[in-house]
Structure formats: structure tokens, C-alpha cells
Ligand binder design. Sequence first.
Ligand SMILES: [Zn+2]
Ligand SMILES: [Zn+2]
Length: 152
Amino acid sequence: MDAHDDAGVIDQAEGKCLCGAVTIVVAQMKPHLDICHCDMCRRWGGMAFMGISGKSFTLSGEEHVTSYPSSQWAERAFCNTCGSNLWYRFTPDDHYSFLAGLFDLPDNIGFLQQIFIDEKPGYYDFVQQCPMKTGSEIIAEAEAAGHIFPSD
Ligand SMILES: [Zn+2]
Ligand SMILES: [Zn+2]
């Protein structure tokens, strides 16, 4: 969250699920993707999670959204008509990270970071250069920010 975060912010971006029942308009979208390679994200989406977030959003078609509490601190939502994944919500912060694929994004969107790099399988790699953090590094960061994660 430094000043340079404002560079390239997208005023408004409209995304939708495969069937179009759910649309999401994100305001002040940050021009970078958050990548997560963890086991849960890959099982959920079939590959690494690519999330994008903004300052606020409006949702339509809410009745087509089903949320799944995937842990004590997160929920994952999908369109209950077509099955498209919609977002990962970190509940302690009420922070939404939307699936990048819902939006028509410009080609110059970069990677902010890749997390849970220690859980990435060996059969793929992304060529983009960006910080990479292990699961324990990212959990330590969140704990330093005041979050407490029950151990499982
Ligand atoms: Zn849908
Ligand atoms: Zn993950």
C-alpha cells in the first residue's frame, strides 16, 4: 500500500460470470493481480488463483450468488447458475478479491505478488517477475497486521 499503488488505477471495470446472471462493477480497480498457488485455491479453480480488487464494487444478480465458507476467515463465492467462481473474501477485513477472468482487463496488468509459492506444483511457472512469498511468510505478514489464524 504505497503511493505508487495509485498509478494505473482503473476507474471502473465491469465483470460478469459465464451466463451473465451476475455482474460486478468494481470502482478504482488496482492494476495488478494477486496470485495464490495454495492447494485450496487450485482445487477450487482448477489452477492458481488470480485475484483483482478495488476500492468498492456493486453487485447485480445477488440471488444467483452462493457463498461457501472455505475456512474460518474466508468465503468463496460462485454463480449458482453457471458455476463461475466470483470472489474470495477475507472475512476479517471484509476484503474481496475477484477472479480476474470475469473482467476484460488491459494487457498491461501486472502481478503484485505470488503467494503460497511453496505449494505451487512443478508443472507450471509464470514468467512475470514479482515478489514470491511462501505460506508461512504470508501468514506471518497477516499476523503482524493483527490477524489470528486458528491452527488446523
Ligand atoms: Zn452465471
Ligand atoms: Zn490460495
